[in-house]
Design a protein around this ligand. Sequence first.
Ligand SMILES: CCCCCC(=O)SCCNC(=O)CCNC(=O)[C@H](O)C(C)(C)COP(=O)(O)OP(=O)(O)OC[C@H]1O[C@@H](n2cnc3c(N)ncnc32)[C@H](O)[C@@H]1OP(=O)(O)O
Length: 431
Amino acid sequence: MLCPRSLILDRVLKSAVSFSCRKYSVGQISQQGKVPDMAEVRNRLREIVGASTNWQDHQQVLVERASLSQYLARSQDQLPPKRMKDSMIEAHLPLGSQPALREKYLNSHNSVRFGRILEDLDCLGVLICYSHTWNEELKRSPLSIVTALVDKIDMRQNIIYPDCDIKFTGHVTWVGKTSIEATMHMSQYQDGAYTDVLDATFVMVARDPENKRAAFVNPLKPEGPEEEAIFHQGEVNKTRRVELSTASLLKVAPTAEERTLIHNLFLNTLDTRRVSFRGRILLPNSVWMEDAKLKGLEICHPEERNIFNRIFGGFLMRKAYELGRANACVFAGCRPTVVAVDDILFRKPVEIGSLLLLSSQVCYTEGMYVQVRVHSEVLDPLTRQHNTTNVFHFTFCLEKDVPAVIPQSYGESMLYLDGKRHFDGTMRNHC
Ligand SMILES: CCCCCC(=O)SCCNC(=O)CCNC(=O)[C@H](O)C(C)(C)COP(=O)(O)OP(=O)(O)OC[C@H]1O[C@@H](n2cnc3c(N)ncnc32)[C@H](O)[C@@H]1OP(=O)(O)O
């Protein structure tokens, strides 16, 4: 069932589609009269920033881009306000009409690799932000727009067919001083009509051409009550994100109710034959959190670079998703389907050549659902220093009830509670 915001968004996006068909030129982002496919979206992004097509040239391109700093606005007031329509985009992934594309998107269950969809959403989200900030007088954008956060992705349909065309639509829904919220919608052509598949909300941040400091973006001017409501929801999202971050278990103690829950889990697993706080036994149909982990290593080759010569955020999401899904599958012994993705935070860019350590943990389960957290960090092989770059949260639904996952240490208990908070938030959204 669509939530009220999705309904409003759906209506605006539908009007966006008719807008894009009527006059398909979004700030010269797309060719007149033609709906781009995902390959064209990527090419257009490269053109907008003048990205190198050859890794050997990337230093030269960096120097060229640095000279664009002169075109940055000194304040947001210098930039003309833009309408939601200015960033509205429709793009196609023609899996049905171009069979050659399917191989890249296919998984072994004859469904679509969701990690590939995450990559496409990331590219489209960035293109939407470039459409919003487009200055017709410049050949290249002086802004480096990076993904800061995936606020949420809600699945409306669990199966994505590998042989039916996919349509993405989206536009800017909220703007701060240097950050932009882009909301996207994906649907798939089945039985003569497009059916909703997912809604996604990303937050992008504009940086200077060298990606060193924040840069101002055009204000957004909502038109009419529907757009006002969408913009207001963007404000609400921002406030919620700040509140969530303030209440993070890394900063403050759990609530009284959460403490009771953890203590009950502890009491339930105490070995009553021993008068000891250390004697723990596992209840039937339960797994220690320690045994619900799966890890991986990625070597970050230039092939995975983005238009700013750092590792592409979509690639990081795909790798984290695939590891998290594999972990849910091993844990439950059956096939998981993704229900929601939320609160993916891109804390630091990942440099080309990095050793990226990915660590996934089943941190909470309920009925047929599994909540997985994937933590990624860069390891400097020379200093052996670890730096967290991302944290990902995925909710999966399994084909049967799954075992309970039980924390032993205090740190694991906090992971458990954090997982429960994410799971509860996801379920609230789906009701
Ligand atoms: C192919 C094309 C795709 C390319 C896309 C990519 O691959 S990008 C690659 C993946 N992503 C990355 O590598 C990004 C890694 N992360 C970073 O570099 C940094 O964390 C960051 C630039 C996002 C944010 O850095 P800082 O926190 O220092 O930024 P700063 O404090 O100046 O804030 C800048 C703006 O970002 C907002 N901001 C910062 N963190 C935020 C968060 N978690 N959620 C929401 N908004 C956030 C602030 O409110 C502010 O907006 P206001 O000014 O409006 O209040």
